[in-house]
Design a protein around this ligand. Structure first.
Ligand SMILES: [Zn+2]
Length: 66
C-alpha cells in the first residue's frame, strides 16, 4: 500500500497519531480530523490518527518508516 497522498510534503506520512503529534508537533486546540482505520506513519500503531498539517507539519522523529 502506498500512501503518498501529499505530494508537496513527500517526507510526511499521510497520517500521524495523536501521541506522535503531541510529541513532535504543536498541539492545537482545533484538531478535529481524527479517524480510525489507518496506521500512524511514524509509530505504526493503528490508532486514532490525523493529518500532519493539524500539528503544523512537525519534523519527523526519524526515518524508521522510510
Ligand atoms: Zn504515532
Amino acid at each position: 500500500m502506498v500512501d503518498f497522498l501529499m505530494p508537496d510534503r513527500g517526507d510526511y506520512p499521510a497520517w500521524i497519531c495523536f501521541d506522535c503529534g503531541k510529541l513532535y508537533g504543536r498541539a492545537r486546540s482545533g484538531v478535529s480530523t481524527y479517524h480510525l482505520g489507518d496506521r500512524c506513519g511514524w509509530c505504526d500503531r493503528e490508532i486514532a490518527t490525523t493529518q500532519p498539517r493539524d500539528w503544523g507539519y512537525p519534523p519527523a522523529p526519524d526515518k524508521r518508516n522510510a
